[in-house]
Design a binder for this molecule. Structure first.
Ligand SMILES: Nc1ncnc2c1ncn2[C@@H]1O[C@H](COP(=O)(O)OP(=O)(O)O)[C@@H](O)[C@H]1O
Ligand SMILES: [Mg+2]
Length: 340
């Protein structure tokens, strides 16, 4: 089978390319597929020739890891193009990626599906600024960024005055509405969910910062996964799989992540970031429908390693879930056409 990989290559350390993939990651994805007998071709998603190359080559399946370059809903760009070309691809569709790129919309969908997420307010530029009803401390977040862009130690605010300063700065930097969320003190958990009929959560992974030195902890904003933490210190944290919690709590975490995956219309793979407070209340912070696949630094490959599986297993599992999904969806479509 001929497989195409669509990706955005990281060419610099600029903020704009923070989520793009290193050449090592793209190479590992390619090798993982080649090792299982696929013929693989690479497609740089920033290229103006992307549409033509795909239209001419028509790979039989596309392994999509492209983050997209411009616009609030940039992750949905390549899937939209693949839909137009009628090429099947791995991972979530346009709607799901567009919703998940928007942390505010994600929270609204989760609330409708009764999936717990921290209380929040949305503050719009030139809008009325009221944080009434929110419990402090709060965290101020730009709603369309990943990889903790825009989240620093200063994003956690202990009173309204401080929050207003940070909200103003976030407006200035991102020129977008700002998400102000109650800050949940407690364990940091990330959960991989895979498959479709139904989706299954992998064991929840706890990210424990206690092994960091005081200086490192301060730089990583006392255990918030800031961009600095992810780039400089992530290999120093202690990763526990499963998370150090009673079995009953682990099942509860898995269940809410599977519910969230379905509510957000995710396909094949997604990773959820959660916090658990001291009373054992669970909160989903966000979803990553295109979770990082950096073989060294990303959480999803780390979860696989801790499960005793290889990177090659992960890449091929994603592909196989997608192939199975297309088979089932096409079968249902054909049956419906016959019945009409
Ligand atoms: N409401 C919150 N309570 C506690 N910590 C939070 C909260 N929101 C974000 N964080 C911290 O900031 C990190 C990044 O936030 P997240 O919403 O996952 O955005 P992203 O990873 O897309 O930048 C989280 O992993 C967590 O450490
Ligand atoms: Mg996150």
């Amino acid at each position: 089978m001929k497989i195409g990989i669509t990706y955005n290559l990281k060419k610099s350390d600029s903020d704009r390319e923070a989520e793009f993939d290193r050449p090592e990651t793209i190479d590992m994805v390619k090798k993982s597929l080649e090792n299982r007998g696929y013929k693989v071709k690479l497609y740089e998603a920033s290229s103006p020739l992307l549409f033509y190359s795909l239209a001419l080559d028509r790979p039989q399946f596309v392994f999509n890891i492209a983050e997209g370059k411009n616009g609030s809903h940039r992750e949905a760009f390549v899937p939209a193009l693949l839909d137009e070309l009628k090429l099947p691809y791995t991972g979530s569709n346009v709607l799901s990626l567009a919703i998940s790129m928007d942390k505010i919309m994600t929270k609204e969908v989760l609330k409708l599906a009764n999936v717990p997420t921290p209380n929040y307010k949305v503050v719009r530029p030139n809008g009325h600024l009221s944080l009434e009803g929110l419990k402090f401390p709060v965290i101020v977040k730009p709603p369309f960024e990943g990889s903790s862009m825009g989240i620093t130690s200063k994003s956690v605010c202990y009173n309204e005055e401080r929050a207003k300063i940070d909200i103003y700065k976030t407006f200035q930097k991102f020129k977008r509405p700002v998400l102000v969320e109650e800050f949940i003190e407690g364990a940091e958990i990330t959960v991989g969910v895979m498959g479709n009929f139904p989706p299954h959560a992998l064991p929840p992974m706890e990210i424990d910062f206690s092994s960091l030195t005081k200086r490192e902890l301060k730089a990583s904003a006392w255990g918030i996964q800031t961009y600095k933490f992810k780039t400089d210190y992530s290999t120093k944290a202690n990763y526990c799989l499963p998370a150090r919690m009673p079995e009953e709590m682990l099942s509860k975490i898995s269940k809410i992540c599977e519910d969230a995956f379905i509510a957000l219309r995710n396909s094949d793979i997604a990773r959820f970031d959660l916090r658990v407070d001291k009373e054992g209340n669970l909160f989903i912070l966000e979803v990553n429908p295109l979770p990082g696949l950096d073989p060294e630094h990303s959480d999803f490959p780390r979860i696989y390693r801790l499960m005793g599986k290889t990177y090659e297993d992960l890449i091929n599992d994603i592909l196989n879930f997608a192939i199975e999904r297309y088979k089932i969806e096409n079968k249902t479509e054909t049956e419906n056409n016959h019945n009409n």
